[in-house]
Design a protein around this ligand. Structure first.
Ligand code: SF4
Length: 237
């Protein structure tokens, strides 16, 4: 582990304060602490995270991992939001050697090649990673911390919206007049790649439409063995 990313203790009172903090305040803290060593990844399933980032850390780079299988509507929507909120958007293409149509036989391998590996490259040289992960997303995310050191990726991971409910997100979107993803009205509550996403029925979990019927619930971006709560990576030079 390099000195630039050595974890140090995050004060307990700060961790506690973040539980009641607005995501904008958490993002402002992150922006001041990590500066241009921070990067944001967004799925562009909705506009909430990128709007928050545009208000709190307008200079932050926002990465969209283009797996090659994103809905055309998602790419259109990301460009709309880039223009509307003046986002510093970077679209990362899948590796040239990614196997075509691997999702048909090996979704874990496909996600590893088209999401997890590109993320590792995005995080090279960074000390902080901001995501839109929320505890309300699914049972497997119910204990997601707001800030923690991810030793697997060697960065401080910041989930500023971790405590927000679906109603909180809807309220923020209504107050800020945020545009919806074009597929939301067609029942897509959580939007990933087109081969692995279906609309959900009333009463289903938002993520029930992802890898439906396969038992798979996560792509691997948020899986990290040995995550350490309460530590952050030093900003570095
Ligand atoms: S969600 Fe599906 S298409 Fe997208 S990277 Fe994973 S397996 Fe491949």
């Amino acid at each position: 582990m390099s000195a630039a990313t050595r974890p140090f203790d995050l004060p307990a009172d700060l961790v506690e304060d973040f539980e009641d903090a607005h995501p904008l305040d958490i993002l402002r803290w992150a922006g001041e602490k990590f500066g241009d060593r921070l990067v944001v990844t967004a799925s562009f399933g909705d506009a909430t995270l990128v709007h928050l980032v545009s208000q709190a850390i307008p200079s932050a780079e926002i990465v969209m991992l283009d797996t090659g299988y994103l809905f055309a509507e998602t790419k259109w929507y990301a460009e709309e939001l880039r223009q509307r909120f003046n986002l510093k958007l970077r679209v990362v293409e899948p590796p040239a050697d990614a196997q075509p149509n691997q999702w048909q036989t090996d979704t874990d391998g496909c996600c590893a090649a088209r999401k997890v590996a590109p993320l590792a490259e995005v995080l090279e040289g960074r000390t902080a990673w901001v995501t839109g992960l929320r505890r309300a997303d699914s049972a497997s995310r119910a204990d997601a911390p707001i800030v923690h050191f991810d030793p697997f990726r060697n960065v401080t991971k910041i989930n500023p919206m971790a405590t927000w409910s679906d109603d909180d997100v809807a309220h923020y979107a209504a107050m800020e007049l945020l545009p919806e993803h074009p597929l939301t009205q067609r029942g897509y509550a959580s939007i990933g790649c087109w081969p692995c996403t279906r609309p959900v029925e009333a009463g289903e979990d938002a993520r029930a439409g992802r890898w439906s019927g396969s038992g798979k619930t996560e792509c691997g971006l948020h899986s990290s063995p040995g995550s350490t709560l309460g530590g952050v990576a030093e900003p570095g030079p």
